[in-house]
Design a protein around this ligand. Structure first.
Ligand code: ATP
Ligand code: MG
Length: 748
């Protein structure tokens, strides 16, 4: 089809005429519009006939036609040149049209020539006619374009065609890309394998096929017989299949995994308690109790092994280290590995909610892989490593299966010599693995697991212990890490203590190590840029300069100046902490408002506390009508953290009693204990962690329930010596100790 501006060469005889009318026809019907074309050249061919070159000029509508005397068809017509300049309305459509065409050309990989051509066309009508060049449009579409005389209409129509075209091209490209991705990967693998074979041949290495190579590896792997048979079976399948199809690559992956298990490799187990203790002492400061328990555990294992006693359900309890972050649980696990001469692998269970994570997926699933245990064994490279099950308290369970059930099997000595991973589908002997678990808190450990655990608690460190840890471990490590030598930079114990007190608030030492790292980085920079000569002494000024203003404040003194605020002690996932209970009253209909994200148990404590105070008002020197027409509000700040548990009971009583009696609470006193309606004080958990937190927060007296008194033995002596403990049985004792004697006038 010819459009205006288009040159064509046709083998026709046009006689002497300068102009012809070209009309497209299909099935003997003529289009209603034709093109007037000008003859630019005519050539008589050597044989007979002519060839003429024509250039389309403009459109014309057709009228009646008659044949003249020479048999040439003469047509009445009405010329329709495009309106120039085109109506303003075309501007917007024109821009859009060019953009769409550009994108099509981009997709088709135009080298720029067509784009330049389209750009050279300035008339809107002519621009629409460029669609006539496109091989993508059908005859009918082109006729439609031809027959549209109005420029605006024609350009709109052409735009619509091009848009459809673009959409189609985009879909096609996407499909092609997807398919290519898949096939390319396979092809690539295929070619790489071929190349590998070629390279091997070149190097004169065994030119045996892949299958031979697997056969050799399987023979050397020292697999148990059953596994060996399974491996051979799969290898035979691979051989029959040939190397180039997709299933073959799945089989190879499977064989690779099977071979990655260190079937016959074991490190020499060293179960010498004395040596173990030495290693533990080398790596960790303090933790005396922990080290003793670990040594005992290893001693018992040794004895049982020496005497050939089989592991039973009861004997194989799992060592579980529970405590706040940064207290050395993971790192003591590594020490256990070192002490026993085993490899160490850490397996983080945090957020694992799917049994398949532990046991793997069956091979029938696409992309199936073995579970974490198989991977751990591969990483260890031996069948008797120490595997640390980190964060067992953060295991989840949902519809995908309960991972703790799988773990239970893994940890059960009666079953774990024949553990079956879904993917490998052969039996693995895990009975020589030494499992050590860690957790931050005990209460979220699945109870079936908890039953089988031997719990060792890490309660956190005192300031003095932290100084020792910093001196012996953190400081030397950070000095080295920052490229300095031990004699180039020094710090005194007092300054270490300052860093601990003013810049860290934690049970463990992780923050402390970070802060020391920060200080040393600054020193290293100075040394490197020759700003300071060594040796550098890090003193208080250097600490303030390097770490900025103190980050931790001891609030108890300021918080408790007004009546109604009492200092309690709590244990959270990150260790012990002090918490303030605030009470206030305001005009209202009576009743109790509780805020601070309190759990149900804690809310009940508040109710009990209020009831107790009301019923003992006169004994406490409180006006019977103090709450008449008033509403009581109890708040436990740090409102964003949820809190629960009964151990804030006496703190709540104290806060309410303090408010109503106008006697402030002593700022040096911290307390913990559950309370009953009769005013008895019941014991609580985590006393050591609470006391350490109280000490770190600058409190000097702690009120402790009578039945917790024996727990005070666990508190390190340097802390115990510096604090006063009040052992109490009832709330009136608590109030006698906690409330200031002088009655101060209400601030208002
Ligand atoms: N008693 C200690 N002696 C020497 N270094 C210690 C001691 N306690 C902790 N550390 C060091 O503190 C760092 C943090 O300890 P680790 O990573 O073992 O903490 P964690 O108890 O596993 O904490 P989380 O619960 O957050 O996993 C380690 O570098 C460790 O070596
Ligand atoms: Mg850890």
């Amino acid at each position: 089809m010819v459009f205006p501006g288009m040159p064509v060469t046709l083998p026709v005889d046009v006689g002497a005429d300068d102009r012809v009318l070209l009309v497209p026809t299909h099935d003997r019907t003529y289009a209603k519009v034709g093109i007037i074309a000008e003859v630019s050249e005519r050539v008589r061919l050597a044989g007979r006939g002519f060839v003429v070159s024509l250039t389309g000029l403009h459109r014309a509508t057709l009228g009646a036609a008659t044949a003249d005397a020479d048999g040439v068809l003469r047509v009445d017509h009405q010329p329709h040149p495009d309106q120039v300049p085109a109506p303003v309305a075309t501007r917007e459509i024109e821009r859009e049209y060019r953009a769409v065409v550009d994108e099509i050309l981009e997709l088709r990989g135009d080298d720029g020539r067509i784009r330049a051509f389209v750009r050279s066309i300035t008339d809107a009508g002519a621009l629409a006619d460029t669609a006539g060049y496109s091989p993508d449009f059908s005859f009918a579409q082109k006729v439609q374009l031809l027959e549209t005389l109005d420029v605006v209409e024609r350009l709109t129509l052409a735009l619509q065609f091009q848009r459809d075209r673009l959409a189609e091209l985009q879909v096609r490209k996407r499909i092609r890309d997807d398919v290519e991705d898949g096939t390319q990967k396979q092809q690539r693998e295929y070619f790489l394998r071929k190349q590998m074979d070629a390279i091997r041949k070149e190097l004169g290495e065994s030119d045996g096929s892949v299958v031979d190579e697997y056969r050799k590896k399987i023979a050397d792997a020292g697999m148990p017989d059953v596994v060996r048979q399974q491996a051979d079976r799969e290898l035979d399948r691979l051989e029959r299949m040939g190397d180039s199809n997709a299933e073959a690559s799945m089989l190879r992956t499977y064989l690779d995994w099977l071979l990655s298990v260190p079937w016959n490799r074991r490190s020499d187990d060293r179960l010498d308690p004395g040596h173990a203790r030495d290693v533990l002492d080398d790596d960790h400061e303090g933790l005396d109790d922990v080290k003793r328990r670990i040594t005992e555990y290893l001693a018992v294992r040794k004895l049982r092994t020496d005497r050939g006693m089989a592991e039973t359900r009861r004997s194989g309890v799992i060592l579980t280290l529970i405590g706040p972050p940064g207290t050395g649980k993971t790192s003591i696990g590594e020490s256990i590995a070192r002490a026993t001469g085993r490899q160490f692998v850490r397996m983080s269970l945090g957020g694992v909610r799917d049994e398949a994570e532990i046991r793997g997926h069956r091979r029938t699933y696409i992309g199936a892989l073995p579970g974490r245990l198989v991977r751990a064994l591969r990483d260890a490279g031996t069948m008797n490593p120490v595997i640390m099950l980190d964060e067992v308290d953060k295991l989840g369970a949902d519809w995908r299966g309960d991972p703790s059930a799988a773990l239970l099997e893994v940890l059960d000595p009666a079953q774990n010599h024949s553990f079956r991973d879904h993917y490998l589908d052969v039996e693995l002997d895990l009975s020589h693995v030494l499992f050590v678990a860690t957790a931050n808190v005990a209460d979220t450990i699945p109870s079936a697991l908890f039953d089988r655990m031997e719990i060792i608690r890490f309660d956190g460190y005192t300031t003095q212990e932290k100084v020792a840890i910093a001196r012996g471990h953190l400081w030397p490590r950070q000095v080295e890490r920052n490229g300095l030598r031990a004699d180039e930079v020094t710090i005194s114990d007092d300054v270490l203590q300052l860093v601990i007190a003013d810049y860290t608030r934690e049970a463990g030492v992780r923050q402390l190590e970070r802060e020391l790292g920060k200080l040393l980085r600054k020193s290293a920079t100075r040394v490197a840029s020759a700003e300071q000569t060594t040796p550098i002494v890090i003193n208080e000024a250097a600490v303030r300069d390097g770490l900025g203003r103190a980050k931790v404040f001891h609030e108890a003194a300021t918080r408790t100046t007004v009546p109604g605020v009492a200092t309690g002690l709590a244990v959270t996932g990150v260790g012990g902490d002090v918490l303030f209970v605030e009470a206030a009253s305001m005009p209202g209909k009576g009743g109790l408002v509780l805020t601070g994200q309190l759990g149900d148990v804690m809310k009940e404590s508040a109710r009990i506390a209020l009831t107790y105070v009301k019923s003992h008002a006169s004994d406490l020197g409180i006006d019977e009508n103090a709450l008449e027409g008033r509403e009581l509000h109890v708040h436990v700040p740090a409102g964003a953290t949820p809190k629960d548990g009964p151990s804030a009971g006496i703190t709540m009583v104290t806060a309410i009693a303090s408010l109503l009696s106008h006697r402030p609470v002593k700022s040096t006193v911290g307390m913990t204990g559950e309370v009953t309606l009769q005013g008895r004080v019941l014991p609580i958990g985590g006393l050591k962690q609470k006391i350490l937190a109280a000490h770190a927060a600058g409190l000097t007296e702690v009120i402790v329930p009578d039945r917790n008194a024996p727990d005070l033995d666990d508190v390190p002596s340097d802390v115990r010596d510096r604090m006063r403990f009040h052992i109490v049985q009832s709330v009136d004792q608590v109030l006698a100790i906690a409330l200031e004697l002088v009655e101060v006038a209400a601030a208002a």
